[in-house]
Design a protein around this ligand. Structure first.
Ligand code: IMP
Ligand code: MG
Length: 182
Protein backbone atom coordinates (compact mmCIF):
# COMPACT_ATOMS: atom_id res chain seq x y z
CA UNK A 1 0.00 0.00 0.00
CA UNK A 2 1.24 3.47 -0.83
CA UNK A 3 2.06 5.52 2.24
CA UNK A 4 0.87 9.13 2.27
CA UNK A 5 -0.32 11.93 4.58
CA UNK A 6 -4.06 11.59 5.08
CA UNK A 7 -6.78 13.52 6.87
CA UNK A 8 -6.08 16.53 9.05
CA UNK A 9 -5.98 15.62 12.74
CA UNK A 10 -5.01 19.04 14.08
CA UNK A 11 -5.44 22.18 11.97
CA UNK A 12 -2.95 25.04 11.74
CA UNK A 13 -5.23 27.44 13.65
CA UNK A 14 -5.72 24.98 16.47
CA UNK A 15 -1.96 24.48 16.70
CA UNK A 16 -1.34 28.24 16.90
CA UNK A 17 -3.91 28.62 19.71
CA UNK A 18 -2.48 25.75 21.71
CA UNK A 19 1.13 26.92 21.31
CA UNK A 20 0.10 30.32 22.63
CA UNK A 21 -1.59 28.75 25.69
CA UNK A 22 1.39 26.47 26.28
CA UNK A 23 3.82 29.38 26.17
CA UNK A 24 1.73 31.12 28.83
CA UNK A 25 1.97 28.00 31.05
CA UNK A 26 5.75 27.97 30.58
CA UNK A 27 6.08 31.71 31.26
CA UNK A 28 4.11 31.24 34.48
CA UNK A 29 6.15 28.20 35.55
CA UNK A 30 9.54 29.86 35.16
CA UNK A 31 8.78 33.51 35.86
CA UNK A 32 12.01 35.47 35.43
CA UNK A 33 14.33 32.46 35.93
CA UNK A 34 16.87 32.07 33.13
CA UNK A 35 16.27 28.89 31.11
CA UNK A 36 18.20 26.88 28.53
CA UNK A 37 15.91 25.39 25.91
CA UNK A 38 17.19 22.15 24.40
CA UNK A 39 15.34 21.42 21.17
CA UNK A 40 15.46 18.00 19.52
CA UNK A 41 15.94 18.35 15.76
CA UNK A 42 14.59 17.89 13.19
CA UNK A 43 11.07 17.28 14.44
CA UNK A 44 10.91 20.13 16.95
CA UNK A 45 11.74 22.81 14.38
CA UNK A 46 8.33 24.43 13.80
CA UNK A 47 7.14 23.92 17.38
CA UNK A 48 10.37 25.26 18.85
CA UNK A 49 10.38 28.33 16.62
CA UNK A 50 6.73 29.17 17.36
CA UNK A 51 7.10 28.53 21.09
CA UNK A 52 10.37 30.32 21.74
CA UNK A 53 9.09 33.60 20.29
CA UNK A 54 6.40 33.67 22.97
CA UNK A 55 8.67 32.96 25.94
CA UNK A 56 9.50 35.92 28.13
CA UNK A 57 12.24 34.72 30.52
CA UNK A 58 15.93 35.29 29.69
CA UNK A 59 16.84 32.21 27.66
CA UNK A 60 19.52 30.43 25.72
CA UNK A 61 18.88 27.74 23.16
CA UNK A 62 20.67 24.62 22.03
CA UNK A 63 19.46 22.43 19.20
CA UNK A 64 20.59 18.82 19.12
CA UNK A 65 20.04 15.88 16.84
CA UNK A 66 19.13 12.36 17.96
CA UNK A 67 18.38 9.61 15.50
CA UNK A 68 15.80 7.01 16.45
CA UNK A 69 13.83 6.26 13.28
CA UNK A 70 14.94 5.32 9.77
CA UNK A 71 12.53 5.12 6.85
CA UNK A 72 9.96 3.28 8.90
CA UNK A 73 7.14 3.96 11.33
CA UNK A 74 8.58 1.35 13.70
CA UNK A 75 11.30 2.31 16.24
CA UNK A 76 14.57 0.63 15.27
CA UNK A 77 17.16 1.44 17.87
CA UNK A 78 17.73 3.28 21.11
CA UNK A 79 18.19 7.00 21.09
CA UNK A 80 21.85 7.96 21.24
CA UNK A 81 22.63 11.19 23.05
CA UNK A 82 26.06 12.69 22.68
CA UNK A 83 26.77 14.20 26.08
CA UNK A 84 29.12 16.81 24.59
CA UNK A 85 26.10 18.34 22.91
CA UNK A 86 24.49 19.03 26.25
CA UNK A 87 27.63 19.92 28.26
CA UNK A 88 26.78 23.62 28.42
CA UNK A 89 23.64 22.96 30.48
CA UNK A 90 25.66 22.62 33.70
CA UNK A 91 24.04 24.70 36.47
CA UNK A 92 21.15 25.77 34.22
CA UNK A 93 17.39 25.29 34.37
CA UNK A 94 16.74 23.21 31.26
CA UNK A 95 13.55 22.80 29.28
CA UNK A 96 13.71 20.00 26.72
CA UNK A 97 11.48 20.61 23.70
CA UNK A 98 10.64 17.60 21.55
CA UNK A 99 8.13 16.88 18.82
CA UNK A 100 6.48 13.81 20.30
CA UNK A 101 6.50 11.57 23.37
CA UNK A 102 5.96 8.10 21.97
CA UNK A 103 7.93 5.17 23.42
CA UNK A 104 9.70 7.66 25.69
CA UNK A 105 13.16 6.36 24.79
CA UNK A 106 14.38 9.62 23.27
CA UNK A 107 13.20 11.81 26.13
CA UNK A 108 14.42 9.38 28.79
CA UNK A 109 17.91 9.22 27.26
CA UNK A 110 18.09 12.98 26.86
CA UNK A 111 16.82 13.83 30.34
CA UNK A 112 19.40 11.42 31.81
CA UNK A 113 22.21 12.98 29.77
CA UNK A 114 21.19 16.50 30.82
CA UNK A 115 21.05 15.49 34.49
CA UNK A 116 24.50 13.88 34.18
CA UNK A 117 25.77 17.10 32.62
CA UNK A 118 24.86 18.87 35.89
CA UNK A 119 21.70 20.80 35.01
CA UNK A 120 20.06 22.55 37.96
CA UNK A 121 16.60 21.35 36.88
CA UNK A 122 15.17 19.52 33.88
CA UNK A 123 11.63 19.85 32.59
CA UNK A 124 10.14 18.56 29.37
CA UNK A 125 7.78 20.00 26.78
CA UNK A 126 6.38 18.06 23.84
CA UNK A 127 4.17 19.15 20.98
CA UNK A 128 2.40 15.77 20.92
CA UNK A 129 1.94 12.94 23.37
CA UNK A 130 0.88 9.56 22.02
CA UNK A 131 -1.36 7.21 23.92
CA UNK A 132 0.71 4.19 22.83
CA UNK A 133 2.35 1.68 25.17
CA UNK A 134 5.26 3.35 26.86
CA UNK A 135 8.66 1.70 27.12
CA UNK A 136 10.15 4.43 29.30
CA UNK A 137 8.02 6.65 31.52
CA UNK A 138 9.21 10.24 31.59
CA UNK A 139 7.53 13.11 33.40
CA UNK A 140 6.29 15.41 30.68
CA UNK A 141 5.60 18.84 32.16
CA UNK A 142 4.08 20.63 29.16
CA UNK A 143 2.03 18.88 26.44
CA UNK A 144 0.55 20.45 23.31
CA UNK A 145 -1.90 17.75 22.29
CA UNK A 146 -2.53 14.10 23.12
CA UNK A 147 -3.03 12.09 19.94
CA UNK A 148 -4.24 8.53 19.32
CA UNK A 149 -1.75 5.78 18.53
CA UNK A 150 -1.35 6.66 14.85
CA UNK A 151 1.77 7.62 12.96
CA UNK A 152 1.42 11.37 12.44
CA UNK A 153 3.20 13.83 10.16
CA UNK A 154 3.34 17.58 9.58
CA UNK A 155 4.35 20.69 11.59
CA UNK A 156 7.90 19.29 11.74
CA UNK A 157 7.07 15.59 12.04
CA UNK A 158 8.17 13.40 9.15
CA UNK A 159 7.79 10.05 7.55
CA UNK A 160 11.06 9.08 5.84
CA UNK A 161 12.01 12.75 5.64
CA UNK A 162 8.73 13.86 4.06
CA UNK A 163 5.75 15.99 5.17
CA UNK A 164 7.60 18.13 7.74
CA UNK A 165 6.40 21.24 5.91
CA UNK A 166 2.68 20.58 6.32
CA UNK A 167 1.15 23.43 8.39
CA UNK A 168 -1.20 20.94 10.12
CA UNK A 169 -0.84 17.48 11.68
CA UNK A 170 -2.13 14.57 9.59
CA UNK A 171 -2.33 10.83 10.13
CA UNK A 172 -0.15 8.74 7.85
CA UNK A 173 -2.20 6.32 5.81
CA UNK A 174 -0.95 2.91 4.73
CA UNK A 175 1.21 2.23 7.77
CA UNK A 176 4.18 -0.02 6.94
CA UNK A 177 5.41 -3.06 8.87
CA UNK A 178 8.97 -1.82 9.46
CA UNK A 179 12.12 -3.30 7.95
CA UNK A 180 11.88 -6.81 6.47
CA UNK A 181 13.48 -9.41 8.76
CA UNK A 182 15.79 -11.83 6.94
P1 IMP B 1 10.14 8.02 21.25
O1 IMP B 1 9.59 6.72 20.71
O2 IMP B 1 9.26 8.60 22.33
O3 IMP B 1 11.58 7.87 21.67
O4 IMP B 1 10.12 9.04 20.04
C1 IMP B 1 11.20 9.05 19.15
C2 IMP B 1 11.05 9.96 18.01
O5 IMP B 1 10.35 9.22 17.02
C3 IMP B 1 10.22 11.22 18.16
O6 IMP B 1 10.96 12.29 18.67
C4 IMP B 1 9.84 11.46 16.71
O7 IMP B 1 10.87 12.13 16.04
C5 IMP B 1 9.68 10.05 16.19
N1 IMP B 1 8.25 9.68 16.19
C6 IMP B 1 7.55 8.95 17.08
N2 IMP B 1 6.26 8.83 16.72
C7 IMP B 1 6.17 9.53 15.54
C8 IMP B 1 5.07 9.82 14.65
O8 IMP B 1 3.90 9.43 14.86
N3 IMP B 1 5.37 10.56 13.56
C9 IMP B 1 6.63 11.03 13.29
N4 IMP B 1 7.66 10.81 14.09
C10 IMP B 1 7.44 10.06 15.21
MG1 MG C 1 12.32 13.36 17.16
Amino acid sequence: MEIEAGKVLIGAGEIAGRVEALSEEINLAYGTQPVTLVGVLDGCLMFFADLVRRLEMPLEMTLIKIKTYGGSTVPQKDAIVDCEDVAEVSGRHVLVVDDIYDSGRTLAALVEAIRRAGARSVRTCVFLKKESAREREVRVDFVGFTVPDLFVVGYGLDYAGKYRNLPHVAALEGRDEGPAVA
